[in-house]
Design a protein around this ligand. Sequence first.
Ligand SMILES: [Zn+2]
Length: 1063
Amino acid sequence: MLGEVDKQHERGHNSNLSFGKAPCCYLSREAGVLLGVLMLGVVVGTGLLVHYLAPHTYPNLRIIDRTTPHSQDLEMDAFPPPRQVKRADAMTTSKPHSSHHPSPPSPTPPTPTTSTQPEVMKGQKEESLSGIEQNTETEGKQEMTHEERMEWLRLPLSLKPLHYLVKLQPLINGNFSILGYVEVEVEVLEATTNFTLHIADIITNNNTVKVMESGVEEVGLGREVVIRRHQYDHEREFYIAHLEEALQKGNKYTLSMEFIGLLNDQLHGFYRSNYRNANGTEVWLASTQFQANDARRAFPCFDEPGLKATFEIHLARQTNMTTISNMPIKETRHMVGAEGWVWDHYYTTVPMSTYLLAFVVSDLAHNSTDLDDILFRVWTREEALPQANYALDIGPRILTFFTDYFNLSYPLPKLDMVAVPDFPALGMENWGLVIYSEIGMLYEAGVSSAANKQLAGMVVSHELAHQWFGDLVTPKWWSEIWLNEGFASYVEHLGIDHIEPSWKILEQFVIRRMQGVFVKDSLHSSNPVIHNAMNGNTIIYSKGASIIRMMNHFLGDGTFRSGVSDYLSTLKYDNAVSDDLWEHLTLAAHRDGILPTNLTVKTIMDTWTLQMGYPVITVQRNNDGDSVTVTQRNNDGNSVTVTQERFLLTRQENSEDTHDYKWWVPLTYTDQAEADFSQTQPKVWMKDSEAQITIPHLATKDHWVIFNLHQTGYYRVNYDLHNWHLLTSQLLSQHTAIATINRAQIIDDAMDLARAGLLPYATALDLLGYLPQERDYVPWWAAFENLKFLKNMLTYTAGYGPFKRYVRDLVLPLYSTMGLDDHLDDPVLDQYKRQKVVSWACFTGLPDCLQHSLAAFNAWRETPHSNNITANLKSTVYCHAIAEGGEEEWSFAWHQYLESNVGTEKDNLLGALGCSKKPWILARYLEMAFNESSGIKKQDARTVFRSVARNEVGQPLAWTFLQDNFDRIHAYSANALKGLMRSVTTSFNRETQLKELESLHAAHKGQVSSNPLDMMEMLERVRHNVDWTQRHYQEVMAWLQHRGYHTTLPTHHRPSDNQRAHG
Ligand SMILES: [Zn+2]
């Protein structure tokens, strides 16, 4: 999966379309009989009958309420006798919303209010619940640690699923229920009297649950195992059939069950969404997002990645729609007794994990091509289909590249890539059916920017890499998810570099992935790459990718590829842990003589995957002049992030983290005389047992040295001040003597070492002084990212004005060279560079930049149907025009948003609408973000909120709004909360803000994210910011002052001051 925002599994969060909140999940006899009759079609092999099952026709149905503190045992007979259902085929004579008879799908969705219970049922419900057994297994769970809880959530080990038959009829144009049937065959690994599997937000009919012993050829002749009672464990999302007799080890059994699910609007499980087509008609569709644990919302299953099985899927649809699943359709059959409905029967899948299953039922359009024997299709809204051409062009070529790279064929006969209008991530690698958000796959030349194109390319490459890493070989458990995400996040670059070499994506890796994750990984609240959590984070993705890249470089390309290929072919259709990968890479390394026989890849890599953080390597020149002493210090301890660490140590005197952080560090280096940056295999290994080593004969005292060539090692480097000064002189005199990536490395290391108090800010900022000569994008990116931190720290201080003037002077030469005249045929990195420098120039208030933005925007307003603003500069131009303008400019952009058919354009506009400087407009915009009837999709609420939070006028508004409306936002989109909190607290650096954040955290524990580390990280970042302000604000101000960027105004007016103060 790939997403800006990690998809969170949030508990206790009910859908807007509710069947009513009540603490159970089962059917009354009435509904049971009704459902039983409805399911008749399944039993006779023709599938489910079509019925409109309006929620209020189920007086006793309940959706699982996962806020219920204890699981309950509920008996079928606990409810009063049912009203009679006359005939299953009564649909032909029924009226809509009849309480007894099914009716055709309704054209409009039922509203939440239709789920209210008839008054008479309330007392009966209470009566019926009086005999509930409490599940004592769950008691005391509040005291569980995170690890214990993760373990407690696991299924018992007694059963192994082998094969599923899943039949689903989603009533997309009805009341959004899903009529379902599942059969799962299991092998018994340990004798047990419980048949336990996952279930969530599903209503079952206990009477339809059957457990049969398999092994009998003829259907229906197997021996039935009697179910003593049914149990629903809401906390763990278990359905448990307690059996009269034990299932015997080695034997096979099949559980079958009918159920009703719900097409929710929460973008997880099997969910619904809608869009307006070219005629302006609202069209509904259903698609899936199962990772990490939401397949259980679509059908009852063994929902853990290690429990692979084969799946036979049947999907019902109306004849004006299509269905897509992981495999091709085997046959389509008419649904007996249901005019206008058919069943699509799919070929049985290869062995796979539940989280990689996918279904799309929609009216989306497609284009296709053939790649040898593989049918390759792209799907999206009909009007957007031309935007899928790029994906259709590169997809098959990337698939071919990975087939060669991994030396292993893609195993399925087809591959579908679908861009759906609502999706919670950028892309999801479902095997044979990759699903994307529109910006993750679509790109329109001339409308979308070069960055949009790169994003679509990278996401496609990422998801296709997963077809091997993740789909073919799958981690045993989520703690090893880095094997999926780290690999996909690394090799996505190799796939794109093959297709688009001019993008220099391997250079971009360092800034896109590695430098980006360095800051997070230097916090106490970081986590190891191997980490027991359901959801990935940037450590898993970007650090995972960075250490795999490091491994690729220290092993060399041939050895790395042959080890990876052996690993994949040995473990295909199976599950793996990191040690399996180490084993195959070690075999390759020893075979090729890359590592000595007494050293394994595991020895090295365990230091990078099992402990968090990374080292800063301090290189101190010795007095003899021609040797250096190298020491490694834990970055998380007292090196680049000393400020954070000291801060935490003083606050956490009882810190339990006494681990001695040391790594196996591959050292590469060159010096001024040699200046050879090409050798990225280590010259020296620094072992995890070594605190200090001496490298002799390196460079004379007046020559610089540089370690970590091309920044292939996942570590920072600090030098003695003399070497820093030599590097600065080199950059100022002839910066190209140092490799491009290493220039970016030096900038990023220097600035972050200063931030941590390990290097004077004067040294780091002096080094940036060469930037006016820099013409390469990657070093500029590193500089801008670090300046962004200073900007965030200074926004609400007296230093903001001088800082802006300093940045303006820094970027002016590049701005003058690049200009605003964008050329889409320029090298992509030049386009990015222009985009960046224009954005920063406008931020500093450079009049030329602002005037051009306003003029371009006003020209568009004159002729709304021909927008001549170049795609690369749209976000900057829109933002500054809206910032400088008023309600008219805002309204114009809003209407353009409503009218646009291009996802990337809509995204640009949503981001820019938050740039207004009018508080009331921003307040209105925040309100709109959390109200779907406003025209802003739920998936975009975070884009809107973030745009306001980033705006210096909007930031305090956004924070107040979040505090005042926390519960409402949580109810609306719990998954988005973490991202909202992060964006609004980025610039927090005052004690009062820290206190407000702490009290919000205290009031809403566990609601921001299911992973407690996320909130700890936010708090730690703000504490760091507060600490930074106390330690370094004056230091940075003094440096600015010294260079003429004054923080104070003169006390006497002198005409010559005008230019400096207002220029
Ligand atoms: Zn991924």
